[in-house]
Write a protein that binds this ligand. Structure first.
Ligand code: 3UK
Length: 548
């Protein structure tokens, strides 16, 4: 069965039609669901107006929008003016046309946020890049998205100079708060007013590249309305922030988890975002004591490391904490609750879906489950043929809602979207009450002696042991059993690897979950290999297990 073709697209505000021209055909889209009243957006929509200028227009221009690492505060009016000046620089001095793709390259800084919204307001398409990317990876994105302009933090210009013929025609360096660079100098010389580009709600405004752990990165395309839709679903119904909240997120803005938690959700609520360049667990602990944010967005591993400092850390300003990016082990949920009195809000999101689509908060939380479909989304578990399975049965997670997967010119569209549903690549069980319980990434399932074993379940059991700070569990090749369970363990301070400890950990797992799931092999590591977005690189662990 094929999904009904989506509604005809509206008149674009773009002059350069590259993004729309490279959307997948309507028949390859997921079915989009806009039934809720809060998801009825006007046909003409520029999301920069909604997130920034609306607040100035409605008399909230003096309220704080951004707090920088040095404590500097930018009001919504300040931010709006800087955005306008950047728009005028792009359009007036650098040949920018609506629809052009602009590479943003910076750590999280207030200036990066201003550049981001300037591109949106001028009708451009943001392509934000992880600060650590090298020229080779940047070249891929520049070619794939036909990038014409780049706005780059001066400290990261080195890599731009290595791009050779792939260097975009217009590259502007900025430095934020220090002595003015090229961009700031030009900003001072142009007007402080700019009328937002008349974009359609379904004009592309963001191409978010996936991290590409499997194959080359995919460009996920998102519309102006999608930026509002993630706020009117997860943030409005689950997080429920107020205008006095101060948000802190650890993820780069190039990762849509960070974009939502540090910028979109606060701006949607007229609240403020604390924007920090350095966001290790130790940096977060220090920043929480100093700036007293009320809402925190970070990954499970970061919560675990922050708990190491629980004796001395002052976390008392926190009101709500969101965990995403990886499965949240129950042990981490319980330990955070014991240390802060707060119940972590777990949520699964993805680059293709832009943000979180299954979650729960407060009394709705069932510890160990990710949550229920966020209002606005429909989720279910299906078998290999795409048929919904009964509650209690493990299968593939399928979701649809107001956002969904549209890859930039990529054959893998047909893998992610099947029969009108987005298939995230995760295995889940849904219970009779509609709660979703995580299994594993579908390609991370371990098959040992014919048993299907989800690595994260073994990890969760190991994490209950005081000696285990972090762990990753994969299948290692084994002549007899096909695969055996192998755990890579990072020990908590004060513990040393030994055969006794290995036996102790194995016994602890056997006592907690079905004995056939215990790790027959355990290897100790100083750290786990992780992506820049905080996920364990299981393929690396598998490589190690294959060669070891
Ligand atoms: C995994 C989770 C279990 C899951 C993301 C929130 O992580 C984000 O995007 P990515 O494209 O990865 C998506 C995949 O990550 N995952 C994420 N959250 C959870 N697994 N429990 C969770 N709570 O495999 C998913 O398919 O990097 C997360 C918001 C925006 C995002 N982009």
């Amino acid at each position: 069965m094929h999904p009904a073709p989506s509604v005809p697209m509206l008149r674009s505000g773009h002059v350069d039609s590259f993004a729309r021209d490279n959307l997948p055909p309507a028949s390859a889209w997921p079915e989009m669901v806009f039934t809720r009243p809060e998801l009825q957006y006007p046909e003409r929509l520029n999301c920069a107006d909604h997130f920034v200028d609306r607040h100035v227009r409605e008399g909230r221009g003096g309220r704080t929008a951004l707090v920088g690492p040095d404590g500097a505060r930018w009001s919504y009016a300040d931010l709006s003016e800087r955005i306008n000046r950047i728009c005028n620089v792009l359009v007036g001095l650098h040949d920018f046309a609506p629809g052009n793709r602009v590479l943003l390259r910076a750590a999280n800084t207030p200036m990066m946020v201003a550049c981001y919204f300037a591109v949106l307001k001028a009708g451009g398409v943001v392509v934000a890049s992880m600060p650590l990317l090298r020229a080779k990876e940047l070249s891929f994105m520049i070619r794939k998205a036909r990038i014409t302009h780049a706005l780059c933090d001066v400290r990261l210009m080195g890599e731009m100079d290595l791009l050779g013929e792939d260097r975009p025609a217009h590259v502007l360096a900025f430095c934020g708060l220090e002595a003015p660079c090229e961009l700031e100098a030009e900003m001072a010389a142009v007007p402080a007013c700019f009328a937002a580009c008349d974009t359609a709600r379904d004009d592309v405004c963001l191409i978010g590249f996936t991290s590409g752990t499997t194959g080359v990165p995919k460009g996920t395309m998102h519309f102006h309305r999608d930026m509002l839709a993630v706020c009117d679903t997860f943030s409005r119904h689950v997080l429920q922030p107020g205008p006095d909240d101060l948000f802190l997120g650890s993820a780069p803005l190039a990762f849509t988890f960070g974009l939502g938690g540090s910028v979109l959700f606060p701006f949607h609520a007229g609240a403020a975002g604390l924007i920090l360049e350095r966001t290790s667990p130790a940096d977060l602990v220090a920043a929480i004591a100093r700036f007293r944010p009320s809402i925190l967005f970070t990954a499970p591993t970061s919560y675990r490391f922050m708990l190491q400092q629980r004796e001395t850390a002052d976390l008392s300003s926190l009101r709500k904490c969101v965990s995403a990016g990886e499965a949240l082990p129950r042990a981490t949920f319980e330990a955070w609750h014991a240390a802060t009195g707060l119940r972590l809000i777990d949520g699964i999101g993805g680059t293709e879906m832009l943000h979180i689509f299954i979650s729960a908060a407060g009394d709705d939380i069932r510890p160990g489950a990710t949550g229920r479909a966020v209002p606005g989304f429909v989720a279910r578990v299906v078998d290999d043929a795409g048929v919904e399975v009964a509650p209690g049965t493990l299968g593939r997670l399928a979701v649809r809602g107001p956002t969904g997967c549209r890859y930039l010119d990529d054959d893998r569209q047909a893998r992610f979207v099947q029969g009108g549903w987005n298939l995230t690549g995760d295995t889940y069980v849904m219970d009779a009450d509609g709660y979703f319980w995580y299994g594993a990434r579908s390609d991370d399932m371990i098959v040992s002696s014919g048993y299907n074993i989800a690595g994260p379940e073994v990890e969760e059991a190991l994490l209950q042991h005081a000696a285990v700070l972090e762990c990753g569990v994969v299948g290692a090749p084994d002549a007899e059993r096909g695969q055996v369970i192998k755990a890579y363990v990072v020990l908590a301070p004060g513990f040393r690897p030994s055969d006794d400890l290995t036996a102790d950990l194995q016994a602890a797992v056997r006592a907690m979950i079905a004995p056939y799931k215990y790790p027959r092999r355990i290897e100790y590591l100083a750290t786990l290999p992780r992506t820049e977005t905080g996920k364990i690189q299981r393929f690396r662990l598998r490589e190690m297990a294959n060669s070891g």
